[in-house]
Structure formats: structure tokens, C-alpha cells
Design a protein around this ligand. Structure first.
Ligand SMILES: Nc1nc2c(ncn2[C@@H]2O[C@H](COP(=O)(O)OP(=O)(O)OP(=O)(O)O)[C@@H](O)[C@H]2O)c(=O)[nH]1
Ligand SMILES: [Mg+2]
Length: 244
């Protein structure tokens, strides 16, 4: 099924699975360097690449995927969240990420096991890719977003200067019925003054209002804008903190 044809029924898995995930609040609270808590995401390491969904490992621990237009800043966001320079490659050449790349987050209580995964997905909307390859990728992306049982949350990257484009809107049509939570990072926020950033966030919230569980924030990989908030959001998807 292509991205243009969203399904009406989502898997409705997010709540149940998140509640079943073990809570590591105490372990992370002691996981400090000096007085600074070390983010779980800083421990990310490359796990596996896949060209097709059937090459992915079977659904297991929670996954957080990064989607968005080609060049929106997906790989740069993963690198800054992981506090690593070249974990996910980033490039001035659009369409650089061609494979689905999984990065494992190790379980602090079970060495050798993954607590969750970050997933860097190839961007869409890159004009130089042949039409057939684009449609094939839309099918893969659509199936991943709809069917991947372990997908706990979606990070949607949108260039703050472009806002929600036609292709982003089609993706949102696909995501909304699944009920999956979305963190929209409005990337390259360093390119806009504060007032325009605020206006851009309002516009994106309005354009994506049909996504029930939506959070939208300005983000910059270079200036680290929105970094702490994005990291906390993603960590909570991987390992939900139980608030008494
Ligand atoms: N000024 C600025 N530039 C950024 C920021 N994030 C990414 N870039 C630049 O935008 C370009 C694309 O970044 P990538 O992270 O490779 O984008 P991508 O979404 O992974 O691209 P594909 O893999 O092609 O889909 C690179 O030249 C980055 O240096 C940011 O926060 N601020
Ligand atoms: Mg990339």
C-alpha cells in the first residue's frame, strides 16, 4: 500500500506496549558523570542496516523512528541526541541515507541486551530518485509506520523554514489513524529569529492537528535548541518513567 492510501484502522499497540515496558528511572538516576545525568541516548551504537522490512530483526524492544523529507536533518538530529559526531551519517547531499539504520540503546540492567532502538529512515521527496524507487520507498515507509509492532514513537523532522509540505501532509494522513505518538522537531531553528520560530510551531501544530498525540518544538542540531526536551521525550518512549 502506498503512502497516499492510509489505512483506517491502526494497530493501537502503543499504550499497551509502553505500559509493559520496564521502568529504569532509578538506574538512570544513578547513571551520572559528575553532576550531569548521562542520557540513555548517548550510549547508542550502530546495530544493523536493512534495505527492506523483511531484513529487520523481529520486533522486540521499543523503537523510535526518525522520518522526514530528505535533507530535513534526521541524521544530524540522531547524532546530536546521541552526542556522537558520525553515528548516523549526515550530508549536504540530499538522499544520503538509503538504508534503514538501527542504533541500539543498551539495557543498563542487562548487559548485551538492547533496551530500545533509534531508527534512521531514508528521507522522502528527493527529486533525483527515480519515480519507481520513490514509490517503492513509500510502500516500505508506510508498511513500517503501520505494521511495526515495536514502534513506540515517531520523530517527524520538518525544516522550520519550509513548514509542513505536501509530502509531510501525506505522511501525516498515514500516521494519524495509527494513533502512534509523534514528536515534530522543527529543524534548523537556528536559521530563524525567535518570533518566527514561535509562529512556525503554531502553524505546524495547526497543520498536523489530526495527529492526536502530537508535540511540536523548535530544534537545532547545530545550536542544540530543543535538545533536552527532545531527548527526554524520546527516552520516555523507550523507557517510560512512572510518575507516582
Ligand atoms: N543550520 C543547520 N543545519 C543543519 C541542522 N541540521 C542539519 N543541518 C544540515 O542539513 C543538511 C542535511 O542534514 P542531514 O542530517 O544529513 O539530513 P537527513 O534528513 O538525514 O537527510 P537524508 O539522509 O538525505 O534524508 C546537512 O548539511 C546538515 O549539516 C541544523 O540544526 N542547523
Ligand atoms: Mg540522513
Amino acid at each position: 500500500m502506498a503512502l497516499g492510501k492510509p489505512c483506517s484502522q491502526g494497530p493501537g499497540v502503543a499504550t499497551g506496549r509502553l505500559l509493559q515496558t520496564r521502568d529504569y528511572t532509578i538506574a538512570f538516576a544513578t547513571n551520572r558523570v559528575g553532576n550531569l545525568p548521562v542520557s540513555l541516548l548517548h550510549r547508542a551504537s550502530f546495530h544493523v542496516s536493512a534495505a527492506r522490512l523483511d531484513q529487520l530483526p523481529p520486533a522486540g524492544p521499543p523503537e523510535v523512528c526518525f522520518v522526514g523529507r530528505s535533507n530535513a536533518g534526521k541524521s544530524s538530529a540522531i547524532n546530536v541526541l546521541a552526542n556522537q559526531r558520525r553515528l548516523a551519517f549526515s550530508s549536504k547531499t540530499p538522499g544520503r541515507t538509503r538504508l534503514i539504520n538501527l542504533f541500539a540503546l543498551p539495557d543498563p540492567l542487562a548487559p548485551g541486551q538492547a533496551l530500545g532502538y533509534l531508527v534512521d529512515l531514508p528521507g522522502y521527496g528527493y527529486a533525483a530518485v527515480a519515480q519507481q524507487a520513490r514509490e517503492e520507498w513509500a510502500d516500505v515507509l508506510g508498511a513500517y509506520l503501520r505494521d511495526r509492532a515495536s514502534l513506540a514513537g515517531i520523530v517527524l523532522l520538518i525544516d522550520i523554514r519550509r513548514g509542513v509540505t505536501e509530502l509531510d501532509r501525506r505522511l501525516a494522513d498515514w500516521i494519524a489513524p495509527t494513533g502512534r505518538p509523534v514528536l515534530a522537531l522543527l529543524t534548523k531553528a537556528d536559521k530563524l529569529p525567535y518570533g518566527q520560530r514561535v509562529r512556525a510551531v503554531y502553524a505546524v501544530r495547526k497543520d498536523l492537528a489530526d495527529i492526536g498525540a502530537l508535540t511540536a518544538i523548535p530544534f537545532s542540531a547545530t545550536e542544540r535548541i530543543g535538545l533536552a526536551e527532545a531527548a527526554a521525550h524520546i527516552e520516555n518512549w523507550i523507557s517510560p518513567k512512572v510518575v507516582p
